[in-house]
Write a protein that binds this ligand. Structure first.
Ligand code: HEC
Length: 208
């Protein structure tokens, strides 16, 4: 009986201490300060295990077809590079302020399977800046982007720009769609910006 009373009191004190900490405002949620070691470890292990487990159920289509990657590069360029960067191109200001940082996807593509890349792209990652693109895009629109990701490790800056130019008009983000959702990426704008990989330099200066 005594043991049970002690356990209940310890539990109650523990719950109160946690609640006190939560409501105190002492935890620093700022993206500009790094996670403490234990929190970073917990988040990273939990995330990797979850991705690995969920990706097992995914059936990967044939990604070897070059036209599939070509169809994906314009979408990758408009949907992903702001945070992740591209060969020869740093992330934009938005991506530079993220914590956790958005990794270089050329490196991710070497470490992750196509199924894992697809699962993360479609479902996103909670409490990070990584969006769930499946909320607004069908699988058939996302697989071309994954086909491109699997080729990223072999693309240098020039190769990337050349492929982007060859893909003009391909992928749904370069289609002349009248619907409001995709009008931010008109083909004319893509063609103008394609030959200038340094276009994001103005975003890197300090604002102090
Ligand atoms: C608004 C910023 C943002 C955009 C846009 C974005 N991502 Fe991410 N992405 C992130 C962040 C932040 C992470 C890291 C999350 C983490 O550490 O758990 C991430 C992680 C990933 C990962 C896991 C990489 C790894 O090594 O663990 C993949 C794959 C990925 N993103 C694919 C994409 C693709 C494909 C697109 C475009 C369709 C995209 N992302 C667009 C922010 C973004």
């Amino acid at each position: 009986m005594k043991i049970i009373t002690t356990l209940v009191i310890t539990l109650a004190v523990g719950v109160l201490a946690i609640a006190g900490f939560v409501y105190s405002g002492l935890y620093d949620v700022s993206a500009s300060s790094p996670h403490s070691g234990i929190v970073a470890w917990l988040l990273s292990k939990t995330s990797h295990a979850s991705i690995e487990r969920q990706a097992r159920l995914i059936e990967v289509p044939d990604l070897a077809d070059e036209t599939l990657a070509l169809a994906g590069i314009s979408d990758f360029d408009s949907m992903c590079t702001g945070c992740h960067g591209a060969p020869g191109q740093d992330p934009e200001a938005m991506g530079q302020g993220l914590n956790p940082a958005a990794p270089d996807l050329a490196e991710s593509a070497e470490e992750m399977t196509a199924a894992e890349l697809f699962w993360v792209t479609k479902n996103g990652i909670k409490m990070t800046g990584m969006p769930a693109w499946g909320e607004t895009h069908g699988d058939d629109e996302l697989w071309p982007v994954i086909a491109l990701l699997t080729r990223l490790p072999k693309l240098d800056s020039a190769g990337y720009q050349e492929m982007l130019a060859n893909a003009a008009g391909m992928g749904h983000h370069t289609d002349d769609e009248p619907s409001g959702e995709h009008t931010h990426d008109q083909p004319a704008q893509q063609e103008e910006s394609a030959p200038e990989p340094e276009q994001h330099d103005h975003d890197t200066h300090e604002h102090h």
